[in-house]
Write a protein of this length. Structure first.
Length: 587
Protein backbone atom coordinates (compact mmCIF):
# COMPACT_ATOMS: atom_id res chain seq x y z
CA UNK A 1 0.00 0.00 0.00
CA UNK A 2 1.34 3.42 -0.91
CA UNK A 3 2.04 5.81 1.92
CA UNK A 4 -0.39 8.65 2.38
CA UNK A 5 0.74 12.00 1.08
CA UNK A 6 -0.70 14.09 3.90
CA UNK A 7 2.81 15.25 4.81
CA UNK A 8 3.80 16.42 1.34
CA UNK A 9 3.46 20.14 1.86
CA UNK A 10 2.38 22.94 -0.43
CA UNK A 11 2.33 26.57 0.63
CA UNK A 12 -1.30 26.32 1.75
CA UNK A 13 -0.88 22.97 3.50
CA UNK A 14 2.14 24.34 5.41
CA UNK A 15 -0.13 26.89 7.03
CA UNK A 16 -2.63 24.13 7.85
CA UNK A 17 0.16 21.93 9.25
CA UNK A 18 1.49 24.79 11.38
CA UNK A 19 -1.98 25.36 12.84
CA UNK A 20 -2.23 21.62 13.50
CA UNK A 21 1.11 21.62 15.36
CA UNK A 22 0.15 24.68 17.42
CA UNK A 23 -3.30 23.30 18.23
CA UNK A 24 -2.03 19.86 19.22
CA UNK A 25 0.78 21.30 21.34
CA UNK A 26 -1.67 23.63 23.07
CA UNK A 27 -4.24 20.87 23.68
CA UNK A 28 -1.63 18.70 25.37
CA UNK A 29 0.26 21.62 26.95
CA UNK A 30 3.42 20.23 25.36
CA UNK A 31 5.84 23.11 25.93
CA UNK A 32 5.02 23.64 29.60
CA UNK A 33 5.08 19.90 30.31
CA UNK A 34 8.31 19.39 28.38
CA UNK A 35 10.07 22.41 29.89
CA UNK A 36 9.11 21.43 33.44
CA UNK A 37 9.38 17.66 32.81
CA UNK A 38 5.82 16.91 33.90
CA UNK A 39 2.98 14.81 32.44
CA UNK A 40 5.10 12.77 29.97
CA UNK A 41 2.07 10.83 28.74
CA UNK A 42 0.48 14.04 27.41
CA UNK A 43 3.64 14.86 25.44
CA UNK A 44 3.81 11.31 24.05
CA UNK A 45 0.18 11.46 22.91
CA UNK A 46 0.84 14.79 21.19
CA UNK A 47 3.87 13.37 19.36
CA UNK A 48 1.83 10.38 18.20
CA UNK A 49 -0.88 12.71 16.87
CA UNK A 50 1.65 14.84 15.01
CA UNK A 51 3.04 11.93 13.02
CA UNK A 52 6.37 10.45 11.85
CA UNK A 53 8.71 13.40 12.48
CA UNK A 54 7.59 13.88 16.06
CA UNK A 55 7.45 10.13 16.76
CA UNK A 56 11.06 9.81 15.57
CA UNK A 57 12.04 12.88 17.60
CA UNK A 58 10.54 11.27 20.72
CA UNK A 59 12.37 8.01 20.03
CA UNK A 60 15.65 9.89 19.69
CA UNK A 61 15.02 11.78 22.93
CA UNK A 62 14.42 8.46 24.70
CA UNK A 63 18.14 7.79 24.22
CA UNK A 64 19.26 11.13 25.70
CA UNK A 65 19.29 11.10 29.54
CA UNK A 66 21.29 14.33 29.41
CA UNK A 67 18.31 16.18 27.89
CA UNK A 68 15.19 14.75 29.51
CA UNK A 69 14.30 13.09 32.81
CA UNK A 70 14.02 9.30 33.32
CA UNK A 71 10.19 9.42 33.43
CA UNK A 72 10.13 11.03 29.98
CA UNK A 73 12.67 8.50 28.68
CA UNK A 74 10.45 5.62 29.87
CA UNK A 75 7.36 7.21 28.28
CA UNK A 76 9.03 8.01 24.95
CA UNK A 77 10.24 4.42 24.64
CA UNK A 78 6.58 3.48 24.16
CA UNK A 79 6.38 5.50 20.94
CA UNK A 80 5.71 3.18 18.02
CA UNK A 81 6.02 3.96 14.33
CA UNK A 82 2.62 3.93 12.68
CA UNK A 83 3.37 4.41 9.00
CA UNK A 84 2.02 2.82 5.88
CA UNK A 85 4.51 1.06 3.64
CA UNK A 86 5.64 2.14 0.19
CA UNK A 87 4.52 -0.12 -2.63
CA UNK A 88 7.10 -2.01 -4.67
CA UNK A 89 7.00 0.42 -7.60
CA UNK A 90 7.99 3.28 -5.28
CA UNK A 91 10.81 1.18 -3.79
CA UNK A 92 12.06 0.27 -7.30
CA UNK A 93 11.99 3.91 -8.37
CA UNK A 94 13.94 5.04 -5.28
CA UNK A 95 16.53 2.28 -5.78
CA UNK A 96 17.01 3.14 -9.44
CA UNK A 97 17.28 6.89 -8.76
CA UNK A 98 19.88 6.32 -6.03
CA UNK A 99 22.05 3.62 -7.64
CA UNK A 100 21.41 4.10 -11.35
CA UNK A 101 20.59 0.36 -11.58
CA UNK A 102 17.40 -1.67 -11.77
CA UNK A 103 16.60 -4.05 -8.92
CA UNK A 104 16.55 -7.01 -11.33
CA UNK A 105 20.12 -6.26 -12.46
CA UNK A 106 21.47 -6.37 -8.89
CA UNK A 107 19.36 -8.97 -7.10
CA UNK A 108 18.42 -12.52 -7.99
CA UNK A 109 15.29 -12.05 -5.90
CA UNK A 110 13.80 -9.16 -3.94
CA UNK A 111 10.82 -9.56 -1.59
CA UNK A 112 8.20 -6.98 -2.50
CA UNK A 113 6.70 -6.81 0.98
CA UNK A 114 9.04 -5.34 3.66
CA UNK A 115 9.55 -7.30 6.88
CA UNK A 116 9.97 -4.03 8.85
CA UNK A 117 8.83 -0.44 8.34
CA UNK A 118 9.61 2.67 10.38
CA UNK A 119 9.43 6.46 10.11
CA UNK A 120 12.60 6.81 8.05
CA UNK A 121 12.42 3.75 5.81
CA UNK A 122 11.47 0.12 5.32
CA UNK A 123 13.55 -3.06 5.07
CA UNK A 124 13.28 -5.93 2.57
CA UNK A 125 14.87 -9.38 2.29
CA UNK A 126 16.77 -9.94 -0.94
CA UNK A 127 19.32 -12.25 -2.59
CA UNK A 128 22.29 -11.00 -4.64
CA UNK A 129 23.14 -12.48 -8.03
CA UNK A 130 25.89 -14.59 -6.43
CA UNK A 131 23.37 -16.10 -3.99
CA UNK A 132 24.29 -14.02 -0.95
CA UNK A 133 21.33 -13.21 1.30
CA UNK A 134 21.06 -9.54 2.22
CA UNK A 135 18.65 -7.04 3.77
CA UNK A 136 17.94 -3.79 1.95
CA UNK A 137 16.83 -0.67 3.80
CA UNK A 138 15.10 1.84 1.50
CA UNK A 139 14.32 5.35 2.71
CA UNK A 140 10.78 6.66 2.16
CA UNK A 141 10.97 9.05 -0.83
CA UNK A 142 9.21 11.99 0.80
CA UNK A 143 10.57 11.66 4.33
CA UNK A 144 13.42 14.18 3.93
CA UNK A 145 10.98 16.90 2.82
CA UNK A 146 8.55 15.91 5.56
CA UNK A 147 11.15 16.16 8.31
CA UNK A 148 12.70 19.41 7.01
CA UNK A 149 9.27 21.05 6.78
CA UNK A 150 8.08 19.79 10.15
CA UNK A 151 11.28 21.02 11.82
CA UNK A 152 10.86 24.46 10.26
CA UNK A 153 7.22 24.59 11.35
CA UNK A 154 8.06 23.33 14.84
CA UNK A 155 10.62 26.10 15.21
CA UNK A 156 7.96 28.60 14.07
CA UNK A 157 5.44 27.10 16.51
CA UNK A 158 7.88 27.69 19.36
CA UNK A 159 8.09 31.35 18.37
CA UNK A 160 4.30 31.58 18.32
CA UNK A 161 4.16 30.34 21.92
CA UNK A 162 6.85 32.86 22.98
CA UNK A 163 8.15 30.67 25.77
CA UNK A 164 10.86 31.75 28.22
CA UNK A 165 13.56 29.02 28.37
CA UNK A 166 15.02 29.92 31.77
CA UNK A 167 11.79 29.28 33.70
CA UNK A 168 11.75 25.57 32.87
CA UNK A 169 13.78 22.59 34.05
CA UNK A 170 15.22 22.13 30.55
CA UNK A 171 16.11 24.30 27.58
CA UNK A 172 13.67 23.71 24.66
CA UNK A 173 16.02 25.35 22.14
CA UNK A 174 18.77 22.90 23.11
CA UNK A 175 16.37 19.97 22.71
CA UNK A 176 15.18 21.29 19.32
CA UNK A 177 18.76 21.64 18.05
CA UNK A 178 19.68 18.13 19.22
CA UNK A 179 16.57 16.67 17.56
CA UNK A 180 17.31 18.54 14.32
CA UNK A 181 20.92 17.31 14.20
CA UNK A 182 19.94 13.71 15.05
CA UNK A 183 17.15 13.57 12.48
CA UNK A 184 19.26 15.05 9.70
CA UNK A 185 22.09 12.61 10.51
CA UNK A 186 19.66 9.69 10.43
CA UNK A 187 18.39 10.80 7.02
CA UNK A 188 21.96 10.55 5.71
CA UNK A 189 22.42 6.78 5.36
CA UNK A 190 26.06 7.36 4.38
CA UNK A 191 26.84 7.99 8.08
CA UNK A 192 25.42 4.58 9.01
CA UNK A 193 27.37 3.02 6.13
CA UNK A 194 30.63 4.46 7.47
CA UNK A 195 29.81 3.39 11.03
CA UNK A 196 28.87 -0.12 9.92
CA UNK A 197 32.10 -0.59 7.97
CA UNK A 198 34.24 0.59 10.90
CA UNK A 199 32.37 -1.47 13.51
CA UNK A 200 32.62 -4.57 11.28
CA UNK A 201 36.37 -4.16 10.91
CA UNK A 202 36.91 -3.70 14.67
CA UNK A 203 34.51 -6.28 16.13
CA UNK A 204 33.49 -8.98 13.65
CA UNK A 205 35.10 -12.23 14.82
CA UNK A 206 36.00 -11.02 18.32
CA UNK A 207 35.11 -14.23 20.10
CA UNK A 208 31.43 -15.01 19.55
CA UNK A 209 30.67 -11.47 18.29
CA UNK A 210 29.55 -11.10 14.69
CA UNK A 211 28.68 -7.98 12.69
CA UNK A 212 26.82 -7.77 9.36
CA UNK A 213 28.88 -6.77 6.35
CA UNK A 214 27.94 -3.50 4.64
CA UNK A 215 27.86 -3.59 0.83
CA UNK A 216 29.22 -0.11 0.25
CA UNK A 217 29.06 -0.24 -3.56
CA UNK A 218 25.33 -0.96 -3.44
CA UNK A 219 24.56 1.55 -0.67
CA UNK A 220 23.83 5.25 -1.14
CA UNK A 221 22.42 8.18 0.82
CA UNK A 222 18.96 6.54 0.84
CA UNK A 223 19.83 2.86 0.36
CA UNK A 224 21.61 0.54 2.81
CA UNK A 225 22.50 -3.05 1.90
CA UNK A 226 23.77 -5.37 4.66
CA UNK A 227 24.42 -9.08 4.77
CA UNK A 228 21.46 -10.96 6.27
CA UNK A 229 22.19 -12.30 9.75
CA UNK A 230 20.72 -15.25 11.58
CA UNK A 231 19.16 -15.13 15.00
CA UNK A 232 16.48 -13.62 17.17
CA UNK A 233 16.61 -10.89 19.77
CA UNK A 234 18.69 -11.89 22.78
CA UNK A 235 15.66 -10.91 24.85
CA UNK A 236 14.15 -14.31 23.97
CA UNK A 237 17.13 -16.09 25.54
CA UNK A 238 17.01 -13.86 28.63
CA UNK A 239 13.30 -14.48 29.26
CA UNK A 240 13.47 -18.20 28.55
CA UNK A 241 12.87 -20.14 31.83
CA UNK A 242 15.54 -22.51 33.07
CA UNK A 243 15.06 -26.23 32.62
CA UNK A 244 13.61 -28.37 35.42
CA UNK A 245 16.53 -30.74 34.94
CA UNK A 246 19.36 -29.54 37.29
CA UNK A 247 22.15 -30.53 34.89
CA UNK A 248 20.46 -28.83 31.95
CA UNK A 249 19.69 -25.75 34.08
CA UNK A 250 23.36 -25.47 35.10
CA UNK A 251 24.38 -25.76 31.46
CA UNK A 252 22.00 -22.90 30.59
CA UNK A 253 23.43 -20.77 33.43
CA UNK A 254 27.00 -21.39 32.26
CA UNK A 255 26.00 -20.45 28.72
CA UNK A 256 24.43 -17.18 29.89
CA UNK A 257 27.50 -16.37 32.00
CA UNK A 258 29.71 -16.88 28.94
CA UNK A 259 27.47 -14.60 26.85
CA UNK A 260 27.43 -11.92 29.58
CA UNK A 261 31.21 -12.03 29.91
CA UNK A 262 31.64 -11.80 26.12
CA UNK A 263 29.32 -8.77 25.89
CA UNK A 264 31.11 -6.97 28.71
CA UNK A 265 34.64 -7.61 27.48
CA UNK A 266 33.75 -6.63 23.93
CA UNK A 267 32.08 -3.41 25.11
CA UNK A 268 35.11 -2.53 27.26
CA UNK A 269 37.30 -3.09 24.20
CA UNK A 270 35.05 -0.80 22.14
CA UNK A 271 35.48 2.00 24.68
CA UNK A 272 39.09 1.78 25.87
CA UNK A 273 40.83 0.29 22.81
CA UNK A 274 38.75 1.19 19.74
CA UNK A 275 37.41 4.50 21.16
CA UNK A 276 34.34 3.71 19.03
CA UNK A 277 31.32 2.08 20.66
CA UNK A 278 27.76 0.99 19.91
CA UNK A 279 25.62 3.60 21.67
CA UNK A 280 22.31 1.72 21.55
CA UNK A 281 22.96 -1.91 22.66
CA UNK A 282 19.38 -2.72 23.67
CA UNK A 283 18.18 -6.35 23.27
CA UNK A 284 16.50 -5.58 19.94
CA UNK A 285 19.89 -4.67 18.44
CA UNK A 286 21.64 -7.85 19.62
CA UNK A 287 20.74 -11.19 18.04
CA UNK A 288 21.49 -14.67 19.36
CA UNK A 289 21.67 -17.85 17.34
CA UNK A 290 23.10 -21.36 17.54
CA UNK A 291 25.28 -22.85 14.84
CA UNK A 292 23.65 -25.42 12.63
CA UNK A 293 25.16 -28.86 13.39
CA UNK A 294 25.66 -29.36 9.69
CA UNK A 295 27.58 -26.12 9.24
CA UNK A 296 31.34 -26.08 8.65
CA UNK A 297 31.81 -23.78 11.64
CA UNK A 298 30.23 -26.32 13.98
CA UNK A 299 32.20 -29.26 12.59
CA UNK A 300 35.67 -27.73 12.80
CA UNK A 301 35.71 -26.63 16.46
CA UNK A 302 36.18 -22.99 15.59
CA UNK A 303 38.70 -20.82 17.46
CA UNK A 304 39.13 -17.11 16.98
CA UNK A 305 41.23 -14.26 18.28
CA UNK A 306 39.65 -13.13 21.50
CA UNK A 307 40.23 -9.89 23.41
CA UNK A 308 41.10 -10.01 27.11
CA UNK A 309 41.57 -7.00 29.35
CA UNK A 310 44.49 -8.27 31.49
CA UNK A 311 47.67 -6.23 31.35
CA UNK A 312 50.81 -8.24 30.58
CA UNK A 313 53.93 -6.15 31.01
CA UNK A 314 53.09 -2.96 29.17
CA UNK A 315 50.65 -4.39 26.61
CA UNK A 316 47.10 -5.70 26.48
CA UNK A 317 46.55 -9.25 25.26
CA UNK A 318 44.90 -9.22 21.84
CA UNK A 319 45.32 -12.73 20.50
CA UNK A 320 44.36 -15.23 23.15
CA UNK A 321 42.89 -18.08 21.12
CA UNK A 322 40.17 -20.31 22.51
CA UNK A 323 37.71 -22.86 21.25
CA UNK A 324 34.35 -21.17 20.81
CA UNK A 325 30.95 -22.54 21.80
CA UNK A 326 28.26 -23.33 19.24
CA UNK A 327 26.42 -20.00 19.48
CA UNK A 328 26.99 -16.43 18.31
CA UNK A 329 25.93 -12.86 19.12
CA UNK A 330 25.18 -10.38 16.34
CA UNK A 331 25.21 -6.57 16.65
CA UNK A 332 22.76 -4.62 14.48
CA UNK A 333 21.89 -0.97 13.72
CA UNK A 334 24.84 1.41 13.51
CA UNK A 335 22.98 4.68 13.22
CA UNK A 336 23.86 5.70 16.76
CA UNK A 337 27.55 5.28 17.58
CA UNK A 338 29.93 7.02 19.95
CA UNK A 339 33.40 8.35 19.11
CA UNK A 340 35.84 9.13 21.92
CA UNK A 341 39.06 11.12 21.84
CA UNK A 342 42.11 9.73 23.69
CA UNK A 343 41.90 12.54 26.26
CA UNK A 344 38.23 11.76 26.87
CA UNK A 345 39.04 8.08 27.33
CA UNK A 346 41.67 9.08 29.91
CA UNK A 347 39.03 11.09 31.75
CA UNK A 348 36.54 8.20 31.68
CA UNK A 349 39.19 5.79 33.00
CA UNK A 350 39.89 8.22 35.84
CA UNK A 351 36.17 8.40 36.72
CA UNK A 352 35.90 4.60 36.78
CA UNK A 353 38.98 4.31 38.97
CA UNK A 354 37.93 7.20 41.20
CA UNK A 355 34.57 5.50 41.87
CA UNK A 356 36.57 2.54 43.17
CA UNK A 357 38.49 4.75 45.63
CA UNK A 358 35.26 6.48 46.77
CA UNK A 359 37.25 9.71 47.06
CA UNK A 360 34.72 12.47 46.31
CA UNK A 361 37.37 15.05 45.40
CA UNK A 362 39.01 12.64 42.99
CA UNK A 363 35.61 11.74 41.50
CA UNK A 364 34.77 15.45 41.19
CA UNK A 365 38.06 16.24 39.46
CA UNK A 366 37.50 13.36 37.03
CA UNK A 367 33.96 14.58 36.25
CA UNK A 368 35.16 18.14 35.66
CA UNK A 369 37.75 16.78 33.20
CA UNK A 370 34.97 15.42 30.93
CA UNK A 371 32.82 18.56 31.07
CA UNK A 372 32.77 21.84 29.19
CA UNK A 373 32.85 24.94 31.40
CA UNK A 374 30.04 27.36 30.54
CA UNK A 375 31.04 29.99 33.10
CA UNK A 376 32.94 30.48 36.35
CA UNK A 377 33.09 27.26 38.38
CA UNK A 378 33.43 27.13 42.16
CA UNK A 379 35.01 23.68 42.41
CA UNK A 380 34.75 23.57 46.20
CA UNK A 381 31.00 24.14 46.03
CA UNK A 382 30.73 21.49 43.31
CA UNK A 383 32.70 18.93 45.33
CA UNK A 384 30.60 19.67 48.41
CA UNK A 385 27.29 19.22 46.55
CA UNK A 386 28.63 16.10 44.79
CA UNK A 387 29.59 14.65 48.16
CA UNK A 388 26.06 15.14 49.52
CA UNK A 389 24.59 13.54 46.39
CA UNK A 390 26.94 10.54 46.03
CA UNK A 391 27.30 9.55 49.69
CA UNK A 392 24.06 7.47 49.74
CA UNK A 393 25.16 5.61 46.59
CA UNK A 394 28.57 4.65 47.98
CA UNK A 395 27.08 1.93 50.16
CA UNK A 396 24.68 0.56 47.52
CA UNK A 397 25.18 -2.40 45.23
CA UNK A 398 25.18 -1.69 41.52
CA UNK A 399 21.92 -3.59 41.15
CA UNK A 400 20.29 -1.12 43.56
CA UNK A 401 21.29 2.02 41.65
CA UNK A 402 18.95 3.59 39.11
CA UNK A 403 21.60 4.74 36.63
CA UNK A 404 19.32 6.93 34.41
CA UNK A 405 18.04 8.84 37.45
CA UNK A 406 21.52 9.17 38.90
CA UNK A 407 22.91 10.43 35.58
CA UNK A 408 20.10 12.96 35.14
CA UNK A 409 20.74 14.27 38.68
CA UNK A 410 24.51 14.52 38.15
CA UNK A 411 23.98 16.37 34.84
CA UNK A 412 21.64 18.79 36.64
CA UNK A 413 24.26 19.28 39.35
CA UNK A 414 26.88 20.00 36.70
CA UNK A 415 24.65 22.55 34.96
CA UNK A 416 23.97 24.28 38.27
CA UNK A 417 27.74 24.72 38.59
CA UNK A 418 28.27 25.96 34.98
CA UNK A 419 29.48 22.56 33.79
CA UNK A 420 28.10 20.74 30.75
CA UNK A 421 28.94 17.06 30.46
CA UNK A 422 30.18 16.26 26.97
CA UNK A 423 27.57 14.51 24.82
CA UNK A 424 29.93 11.60 24.10
CA UNK A 425 30.10 10.85 27.84
CA UNK A 426 26.33 10.93 28.34
CA UNK A 427 25.97 8.66 25.30
CA UNK A 428 28.47 6.25 26.83
CA UNK A 429 26.72 6.21 30.21
CA UNK A 430 23.39 5.59 28.47
CA UNK A 431 24.91 2.64 26.54
CA UNK A 432 26.55 1.45 29.76
CA UNK A 433 23.14 1.45 31.51
CA UNK A 434 21.48 -0.52 28.70
CA UNK A 435 24.21 -3.16 28.65
CA UNK A 436 24.38 -3.33 32.46
CA UNK A 437 20.67 -4.17 32.56
CA UNK A 438 21.07 -6.92 29.96
CA UNK A 439 24.15 -8.37 31.67
CA UNK A 440 22.36 -8.38 35.05
CA UNK A 441 19.63 -10.56 33.53
CA UNK A 442 22.15 -12.96 31.99
CA UNK A 443 24.50 -13.18 34.98
CA UNK A 444 23.43 -11.33 38.16
CA UNK A 445 26.87 -11.89 39.69
CA UNK A 446 28.80 -10.17 36.88
CA UNK A 447 29.05 -6.40 37.10
CA UNK A 448 29.97 -4.31 34.10
CA UNK A 449 31.39 -1.72 36.51
CA UNK A 450 33.64 -4.30 38.16
CA UNK A 451 35.11 -5.31 34.81
CA UNK A 452 35.40 -1.68 33.75
CA UNK A 453 37.14 -0.88 37.03
CA UNK A 454 39.72 -3.64 36.48
CA UNK A 455 40.31 -2.49 32.94
CA UNK A 456 40.37 1.18 33.96
CA UNK A 457 43.10 0.39 36.46
CA UNK A 458 45.08 -1.54 33.81
CA UNK A 459 44.52 1.27 31.30
CA UNK A 460 45.87 3.88 33.70
CA UNK A 461 48.80 1.63 34.59
CA UNK A 462 49.65 1.44 30.91
CA UNK A 463 49.32 5.22 30.55
CA UNK A 464 51.32 5.78 33.73
CA UNK A 465 53.92 3.04 33.35
CA UNK A 466 57.37 3.32 34.87
CA UNK A 467 59.01 4.30 31.59
CA UNK A 468 56.57 7.16 31.00
CA UNK A 469 56.89 8.39 34.58
CA UNK A 470 60.69 8.22 34.35
CA UNK A 471 60.69 10.20 31.09
CA UNK A 472 58.37 12.88 32.53
CA UNK A 473 60.37 13.08 35.74
CA UNK A 474 63.63 13.38 33.79
CA UNK A 475 62.24 16.25 31.71
CA UNK A 476 60.97 18.03 34.84
CA UNK A 477 64.33 17.53 36.55
CA UNK A 478 66.26 18.92 33.58
CA UNK A 479 63.95 21.95 33.44
CA UNK A 480 64.39 22.51 37.18
CA UNK A 481 68.20 22.31 36.89
CA UNK A 482 68.12 24.88 34.08
CA UNK A 483 66.14 27.36 36.20
CA UNK A 484 68.05 26.72 39.47
CA UNK A 485 70.93 29.18 38.78
CA UNK A 486 68.38 31.94 38.14
CA UNK A 487 66.67 31.62 41.54
CA UNK A 488 69.04 33.98 43.49
CA UNK A 489 68.55 36.70 40.86
CA UNK A 490 64.73 36.30 40.92
CA UNK A 491 64.72 36.40 44.74
CA UNK A 492 66.84 39.58 44.72
CA UNK A 493 64.43 41.26 42.29
CA UNK A 494 61.47 40.29 44.48
CA UNK A 495 63.11 41.92 47.54
CA UNK A 496 63.76 45.10 45.52
CA UNK A 497 60.10 45.30 44.51
CA UNK A 498 58.95 44.86 48.12
CA UNK A 499 61.46 47.43 49.41
CA UNK A 500 60.32 50.03 46.83
CA UNK A 501 56.68 49.63 47.93
CA UNK A 502 55.54 48.40 44.50
CA UNK A 503 54.43 44.97 45.70
CA UNK A 504 50.73 44.22 45.40
CA UNK A 505 48.85 41.24 46.81
CA UNK A 506 45.58 39.98 45.36
CA UNK A 507 43.31 38.09 47.76
CA UNK A 508 40.17 36.31 46.68
CA UNK A 509 37.71 34.56 48.90
CA UNK A 510 34.77 32.25 48.41
CA UNK A 511 31.67 34.01 47.12
CA UNK A 512 33.58 37.23 46.40
CA UNK A 513 31.88 37.89 43.04
CA UNK A 514 28.38 37.44 44.49
CA UNK A 515 29.18 39.71 47.45
CA UNK A 516 30.62 42.44 45.23
CA UNK A 517 27.58 42.19 42.95
CA UNK A 518 25.30 42.53 45.98
CA UNK A 519 27.26 45.56 47.29
CA UNK A 520 27.07 47.16 43.82
CA UNK A 521 23.30 46.60 43.83
CA UNK A 522 22.94 48.18 47.30
CA UNK A 523 25.06 51.20 46.32
CA UNK A 524 22.95 51.72 43.19
CA UNK A 525 19.77 51.60 45.28
CA UNK A 526 21.20 54.13 47.75
CA UNK A 527 22.10 56.48 44.87
CA UNK A 528 18.59 56.12 43.41
CA UNK A 529 17.08 56.79 46.86
CA UNK A 530 19.20 59.96 47.25
CA UNK A 531 18.17 61.16 43.77
CA UNK A 532 14.48 60.49 44.52
CA UNK A 533 14.77 62.32 47.85
CA UNK A 534 16.31 65.30 46.05
CA UNK A 535 13.52 65.31 43.42
CA UNK A 536 10.77 65.10 46.05
CA UNK A 537 12.39 67.79 48.24
CA UNK A 538 12.98 70.19 45.35
CA UNK A 539 9.47 69.58 44.00
CA UNK A 540 8.00 70.35 47.43
CA UNK A 541 9.94 73.63 47.61
CA UNK A 542 8.80 74.60 44.14
CA UNK A 543 5.13 73.83 44.87
CA UNK A 544 5.27 75.59 48.26
CA UNK A 545 6.72 78.82 46.88
CA UNK A 546 4.86 79.04 43.57
CA UNK A 547 1.56 80.62 44.60
CA UNK A 548 2.01 83.44 42.03
CA UNK A 549 3.92 81.42 39.42
CA UNK A 550 1.84 78.60 37.77
CA UNK A 551 4.77 77.50 35.59
CA UNK A 552 6.96 76.83 38.63
CA UNK A 553 4.04 75.00 40.26
CA UNK A 554 3.73 72.73 37.18
CA UNK A 555 7.47 71.95 37.31
CA UNK A 556 7.11 70.94 40.96
CA UNK A 557 4.10 68.67 40.22
CA UNK A 558 5.98 67.09 37.29
CA UNK A 559 8.79 66.28 39.70
CA UNK A 560 6.28 64.49 41.93
CA UNK A 561 5.04 62.40 38.98
CA UNK A 562 8.60 61.49 37.98
CA UNK A 563 9.37 60.41 41.54
CA UNK A 564 6.19 58.32 41.77
CA UNK A 565 6.91 56.71 38.39
CA UNK A 566 10.46 55.77 39.46
CA UNK A 567 9.21 54.36 42.77
CA UNK A 568 6.62 52.21 40.95
CA UNK A 569 9.35 50.91 38.60
CA UNK A 570 11.56 50.02 41.57
CA UNK A 571 8.69 48.15 43.25
CA UNK A 572 7.90 46.21 40.04
CA UNK A 573 11.59 45.34 39.57
CA UNK A 574 11.87 44.13 43.16
CA UNK A 575 8.69 42.02 42.87
CA UNK A 576 9.93 40.55 39.57
CA UNK A 577 13.26 39.50 41.14
CA UNK A 578 11.48 37.98 44.14
CA UNK A 579 9.18 36.05 41.78
CA UNK A 580 12.11 34.70 39.77
CA UNK A 581 13.89 33.69 42.97
CA UNK A 582 10.75 31.92 44.18
CA UNK A 583 10.36 30.12 40.85
CA UNK A 584 13.98 29.02 41.04
CA UNK A 585 13.45 27.48 44.47
CA UNK A 586 10.20 25.87 43.31
CA UNK A 587 12.05 24.02 40.58
Amino acid sequence: MKRESSYEYTHGSRRTRLLEIVRTMRNHNVLTNLMNQRNPKEVRLAFEELGPTFIKAGQLLSTRPDLISPIFIAEFRQLQDNVQIDDFSTVSQTFEQQTGKKITSVFESFEKEPFASASIGQTHHAVLLDGTKVVVKVQHPDIATTIATDLALFRLALRVFKFVPEIGAINPREIFNEIRISLLNELNTEIEIKNGLEFYQLNNGDGIIEVPCVYKKLSTQKILVNSAMQGQSIKKLVTQPLSDNPDEAQKQKDERKYIAKSLVENFIKQVFVDNFFHADPHPGNILFYRLDKSSSQHKTSVSREHFTYELHGNKFVWSQREALPNFRLVYLDFGMMGHLTPSLVDGIAKIVWALNTKDIREIGQAIVSVCNQLGPVDTEDFYSELNLFLTPFMNMGLDQIDFPSMLYSIIGLCRKNNLQMKSEVTLLVKAFGLLEGLVAQLDPNLSLMDVARSFGKAYLQRKLNFKTILEDTSLDTIQSLRTLPKLPLKFSRMLDVIASGQARFSIRYKGQDKLLERIDHIVNRIIVAIVLSAIILSSSLLVEGSARHPAIYNVGVTGYFIAIFLIVLLIIDDLHKRWRKWKGKDK
